[in-house]
Ligand binder design. Structure first.
Ligand SMILES: Nc1ncnc2c1ncn2[C@@H]1O[C@H](COP(=O)(O)OP(=O)(O)OP(=O)(O)O)[C@@H](O)[C@H]1O
Ligand SMILES: [Mg+2]
Length: 354
């Protein structure tokens, strides 16, 4: 595209020069012809010849200048004016502006290419503007709920007639809400650092099965409370990777499996070595994920329960995906509504030192 456009540009320059050359030649030729005719009729009267020649030259030069003004307006001034108006609007934050190329795709000249690039730039800026406002409104919404809980319960705790048990209950609610706020802020910070490549990855050699075992232990009390059966098949798999990054993945996937599985359900955790790398599967017999929900689960702030009334902020899987992209690997989901879900993570063997 760029190559053919530079050819076109050369051709345009050549045609421009040819027009100037032909115009100057025509002026000189016409002037010489007029001179021949006038000289014959004026019988050597120098004054008359000079006056007529001056008139002819002025007339032809005016014609040439007018033609050049029109050419310049059409090929330079008008396009530059359009680009100027568009860039001024974009500079003021209006990214809805789109310019029309003058030629069909494939016959683009330099102006069309600039217009095409500007339209793409406006598109990208418009998209990131939408993402930014969505992000701000999501964060504000997620912060508002725990803050309202804290304010209401602290106000209630002010009542001196409260018995100790009720006060302790209120205090626990406040503690839970602050935990939710802390988790939200820490997830947002981690995500933004990952997105801006600000987190340094420290690779070390360790056993993945041991790490998964430790992660399961962290959820021991909730597993017992929900009477969940844990089915762990942990082959010894040694990898070279970042333990702190991987922990983010396992904690989120295990916490989701627990959260979305009813009391008495089963959680399966499997780790094994494959030709392509280390494979970890976390499955559950929970509510499952519908096709529509499945399309968005890795989006920031997305929750299947759109009322956002339950636990969490919908940042867990967005973080998981970002970590896997950073470390090099793949995540896939298979699920049947009402029967359960399986999240499969494959860590690239190139980086995991298998
Ligand atoms: N194991 C699972 N079973 C059923 N649905 C799931 C499962 N894992 C994720 N989901 C769906 O994907 C959504 C997004 O998951 P994600 O982990 O990003 O958010 P969350 O768990 O709701 O909140 P957070 O992770 O911030 O605590 C969930 O709200 C849920 O609808
Ligand atoms: Mg989650």
């Amino acid at each position: 595209m760029r190559k053919s456009s530079s050819k076109r540009r050369l051709l345009t320059v050549f045609l421009g020069q040819l027009i100037v050359f032909l115009t100057v030649t025509s002026i000189v030729t016409v002037a010489l012809m007029v001179y021949g005719v006038v000289e014959k009729r004026a019988h050597g009267d120098v004054g008359t010849i000079s006056a007529v020649m001056l008139l002819v030259t002025v007339f032809l030069s005016t014609l040439f200048t007018l033609a050049d003004i029109i050419r310049r307006k059409k090929t330079v001034d008008d396009p530059v004016e359009k680009i100027l108006i568009a860039t001024e609007k974009m500079a003021k934050g209006d990214f809805s502006i789109r310019l029309k190329p003058r030629h069909s795709y494939g016959n683009y000249d330099s102006y069309d290419l600039i217009v095409d690039n500007m339209n793409m730039l406006a598109n990208e800026l418009q998209k990131s503007e939408v993402l930014k406002t969505d992000f701000i409104s999501n964060v504000s919404h997620e912060i508002k709920t725990p803050l309202a809980i804290i304010r209401n319960y602290v106000a209630l705790m002010n009542d001196s007639s409260l018995d100790e048990e009720t006060r302790t209950g209120y205090a626990q609610t406040v503690i839970d809400a602050t935990k939710r706020l802390t988790n939200l802020i820490s997830d947002i910070l981690k995500l933004s650092k990952l997105e801006n490549n600000e987190l340094s990855i420290e690779y070390t050699s360790f056993f993945l099965d041991a790490q998964l075992e430790e992660c399961i232990l962290q959820f021991e009390s909730i597993i017992e409370k929900k009477e969940l059966e844990i089915d762990a098949e942990l082959d010894p798999v040694s990898i070279i990777s970042s333990p702190s990054y991987l922990e983010i993945i396992w904690n989120n996937l295990i916490s989701n499996a627990i959260k979305f599985t009813e009391k008495g359900g089963r959680i399966g955790i499997l780790v094994k070595k494959t030709e392509k790398g280390a494979l970890v599967e976390i499955s559950d017999t929970g509510c499952g994920i519908s096709k529509d929900v499945g399309e968005h689960i890795f989006d920031k702030f997305y929750q299947g329960d759109t009322s956002h009334s339950g636990e969490g902020n919908g940042l867990g899987l967005a973080l998981v995906k970002k970590v896997i992209d950073t470390l090099g690997g793949k995540i896939s989901v298979s699920s049947e509504q009402g029967k359960g879900s399986t999240f499969t993570v494959l860590l690239n063997s190139s980086k995991d030192g298998l």
